[in-house]
Design a protein around this ligand. Structure first.
Ligand SMILES: [Cu+2]
Length: 518
């Protein structure tokens, strides 16, 4: 399949796509009214069912007393991305991104979460090692935050580093829910020591708004190494042809009208103001529901010091950052090219639609400049232990990923070992023994890049496209099209832990599994 953005904004399915003037009325409900079936799986509203008992202890636990350290209100609000771009969406505390929460590793916090919407909500603490009753995933047993109600939770934050919080609903075809909304915000858990010296830090949350359903393809040719697993591409082509012969079409892909950093389109927010000679730590979060993002700053390089908040073994300089959905990169930029620059996405279409922010040196004036960066492939191994190879695990879990083209309500359905995740059966489910080290061996039988995420744990990337590596510790990693990847982790969290692709449309349509640790 062609990997370009040829049909952004086009209307192949006869959907009634709004124009800019319609934005305040625009959202998932508009698309539903236009005839897209509500394919939301049962999980979004279910509060009982198999495996839901894991979090029930909170309902009988004694109340958490005292004042809350943080209060988060979930509600619908309007954000002004630019002068002609106001969108109505769900937000945390009426803002985007949600407030930066600065926590301290191990120091207990009490958080009140109020839900001012009519839909049950889940707030997930992405990248932290928390019990199932606070982690924020219904599949694990976390209680919902009831509509027009609230939940008080308490937890000891950790591990240290750049984390985030976001909604964890199943959206299906309802593009007003889940990560299609504005429910995401950064978390910084103060570490005992900082990875590298810098003068100040800037948090950047990358996010699109105004979602609609399209058949746009994502760019997929930016990863290294490039080796494919033999046979996977041919098998997928065969399956696609079979689906087409049965009259099925390739599934919907979300697309977006507006692109922003920290809730402002390029040129419409405050610039990042710097001085020559400063070292600025950028904490970049890709809070997209479905898009892989890139960032470049003409004339400058990024010294990557942490991935997903975890210090890398070898900090290294790169001209471009690539982040799958939910990935974070912490990189230091030495400000040594005075001027006014665009820090923006390398995809021209997305950058000109707003995915960028101006970097302005003191004393410099004029129009912000953009220059195309050199060709570059993103390779996690660049920051890994040199010539590293991980110790053998205790056990290996095989996961073969496949897609059923147009297999469910016009969306592609995803399977792990032939099984799409079901909230009714709570399968696929893998039983783990506490304390053992596991190797996930993922084989991607689709041409999509899948940013896979494991809740409540970190994993070490131990193999990419058949090449061994070691030392990169993350909670999301991009699995290339028709490629394989191995991720090692120690099963040290009792109860259920969700594993899923962080693309909203992939997790909602089957790409999820549970690890059940006894
Ligand atoms: Cu995916």
């Amino acid at each position: 399949m062609a990997k370009n953005r040829h049909d952004r904004g086009q209307n192949r399915r006869g959907l009634n796509l709004p124009n800019r003037r319609d934005l305040l009325w625009f959202g998932g409900t508009a698309l539903l009214a236009a005839g897209v079936a509500d394919a939301r799986p049962a999980g979004a509203a279910a509060h009982s069912g198999p495996g839901m008992g894991a979090g029930s202890s909170t309902t009988t636990a004694p109340p958490i007393r005292g004042a809350a350290d943080h209060t988060i209100r979930i509600g619908t609000g309007v954000i002004e991305l630019g002068p002609d771009a106001a969108v109505s969406t769900r937000l945390y505390n009426g803002q985007f991104p949600g407030p930066l929460l600065r926590l301290t590793e191990g120091r207990r916090v009490v958080v009140d979460i109020h839900n001012d919407t009519d839909t049950p909500e889940q707030l997930h603490w992405h990248g932290q090692f928390l019990p199932v009753d606070v982690d924020g995933a219904a599949e694990e047993g976390t209680p919902f935050i009831p509509p027009r109600g609230s939940r008080r939770i308490a937890f000891a934050p950790g591990p240290a580093g750049f984390r985030f919080y976001h909604t964890h609903l199943t959206a299906g075809a309802d593009l007003s829910l889940g990560l299609y909304s504005g429910e995401a915000g950064p978390v910084y858990i103060e570490p005992r020591r900082e990875p590298g010296a810098y003068d100040r830090e800037v948090f950047l949350t990358l996010k699109e708004f105004g979602p609609y359903l399209s058949h746009m393809e994502m760019p997929a040719d930016f990863l290294a190494p490039t080796g494919e697993v033999p046979g996977l591409r041919a098998a997928a082509k065969e399956a696609t042809l079979a689906a087409l012969r049965q009259g099925r079409q390739p599934g919907y892909e979300p697309a977006y009208q507006f692109f922003s950093i920290n809730g402002r389109m390029l040129g419409h927010g405050e610039p990042i103001r710097v001085k020559a000679g400063e070292r600025v730590m950028l904490h970049v979060l890709n809070a997209s529901a479905s898009e892989i993002r890139s960032l470049a700053l003409p004339g400058h390089v990024f010294r990557v010091v942490a991935l997903d908040g975890n210090p890398v073994p070898i900090p290294a300089e790169v001209p471009v950052l690539w982040l799958g959905t939910a990935e974070r990169v912490s990189a230091i930029v030495e400000m040594n090219q005075p001027g006014v620059w665009v820090l923006g996405d390398v995809i021209d279409d997305d950058r000109t639609r707003g995915m960028g922010i101006v970097v302005e040196y003191a004393g410099s004036k004029g129009e912000a400049q953009w220059r195309k960066p050199p060709d570059f492939r993103w390779d996690y191994r660049r920051f890994a232990k040199p010539a590293g190879s991980a110790a053998p695990p205790d056990d290996t879990i095989e996961m073969a990923i496949a897609a059923r083209v147009g297999g469910r309500d016009g969306f592609d359905e995803f399977t792990i070992n032939g099984v799409p995740f079901s909230m009714e059966t709570m399968e696929p489910r893998f039983r783990l023994t506490r304390g053992r080290r596991y190797r996930l061996h993922l084989r991607n039988g689709t041409d999509d890049v899948h940013p896979v995420h494991l809740h409540r744990h970190s994993f070490e990337i131990t193999g990419l496209a058949g090449q061994p590596t070691a030392g990169i510790v993350k909670d999301v990693a991009m699995l290339g099209g028709f490629q394989e990847m191995t991720l090692d982790f120690t099963a040290d969290q009792p109860g259920l832990s969700l594993f899923h692709c962080h693309m909203q449309q992939h997790m909602d349509f089957g790409f999820m599994a549970l690890f059940d640790c006894a």
